[in-house]
Design a protein. Structure first.
Length: 328
């Protein structure tokens, strides 16, 4: 059973986060009641010596091996489809979502993780060279073969997720039940690519799809904008710089001051209690970051604080015919 609506992101484990620190973070996360650990077969190729990734899964595999019984206590989520085929030529050269490629990628992940299945397998990013119906069939086959308990899609257009779900459900097979995108209290300007992915940011269409489906869970990566909420040395990313952000930061400062929490803690608490439900992924690299996140999730937000945060529109109202029209 989940005891905390927070996932621990293992992206930098084995590269910029050394193994000893990674083990400490993992141990502290589980001790705090954490269950879900999120990784990918390509993590973190941009920081690795080889340029191909796999280090994060390898560290997780060694941690699981060193902690007897731990595999039964935690849930592992990993992704495929974005691993470089030729180092230095990503994203033009990547593994993609062909049936053979996906099976081979997940089997390689299982070897690195030292397990016979993952609890959630994600199609990491779109591959439009493969019909979405074929992608749906490939994902369902992973579940049918016992390699993945649940299935997810990350960085896909909402219509492709809906099409894949319709395909699987129509065949009586396991559908995609989880979405993973960048999402936070601040919203980027429309049309901006998220984390280098065309559909990297969660949209109202994704939220509507999740709310109407009844069984589609949302995971949010980069919920703290890589530390920009609280670290003076880090600027709010350029795509988030617009008047809507200024208004939201002002009320975020008011709420954080009133509650005695940092901006980032308020954001995590806001996400954890979001409707439809959102599971934030913490990508912290230090124990104190994890401790602060756990405190935020456990504290939650009073209803009046959530109402104040939600009352401020995330984007700038558009102007039509010389009058302001608030976003619907």
């Amino acid at each position: 059973m989940d005891t905390m609506n927070l996932a621990l992101g293992a992206m930098k484990f084995g590269t910029t986060v050394d193994e000893r620190t990674a083990f400490d973070l993992l141990d502290r996360f589980v001790e705090a009641g954490g269950t879900w650990i999120d990784t990918a077969d390509c993590y973190a190729f941009w920081d690795s010596d080889t340029g191909y990734g796999g280090q994060s899964e390898e560290v997780l595999g060694r941690w699981l091996a060193a902690r007897p019984g731990m595999r039964e206590r935690v849930r592992i989520s990993t992704k495929f489809g974005a691993e470089p085929v030729i180092a230095g030529r990503w994203p033009a050269s990547r593994t993609g979502l062909g049936s053979r490629e996906v099976r081979a990628q997940l089997e390689s992940s299982l070897r690195r993780l030292g397990t016979d299945h993952v609890d959630l397998a994600w199609a990491h990013m779109e591959d439009r060279t493969v019909p979405i119906e074929d992608v749906a069939d490939t994902l369902s086959a992973l579940h049918d073969g016992g390699l993945a308990t649940r299935l997810g899609m990350s960085n896909h257009a909402a219509w492709r997720v809906a099409t894949a779900r319709t395909r699987a459900l129509g065949q009586g097979r396991e559908p995609v039940r989880a979405l993973q995108y960048s999402y936070s209290y601040l919203h980027p300007r429309p049309g901006m690519p998220g984390a280098g992915h065309r559909f990297g940011f969660l949209t109202d269409e994704h939220l509507d799809l999740a709310a109407s489906s009844g069984d589609l869970e949302i995971w949010a990566y980069t919920p703290l904008l890589s530390g920009a909420y609280d670290n003076p040395a880090k600027q709010i990313p350029e795509e988030f710089q617009h008047p809507g952000t200024d208004r939201r930061l002002a009320v975020l400062d008011e709420v954080s001051g009133a509650l005695g929490l940092t901006r980032g803690q308020v954001v995590l608490a806001w996400l954890a209690g979001h409707q439809p439900a959102v599971k934030p992924i913490l990508g912290g690299s230090r124990p104190e970051q994890l401790d602060a996140a756990v405190t935020a999730i456990r504290t939650g937000l009073p209803d009046d604080a959530r109402a104040r945060l939600n009352a401020v529109e995330p984007l700038t109202p558009r102007v039509e015919h010389e009058r302001v029209v608030e976003p619907a």
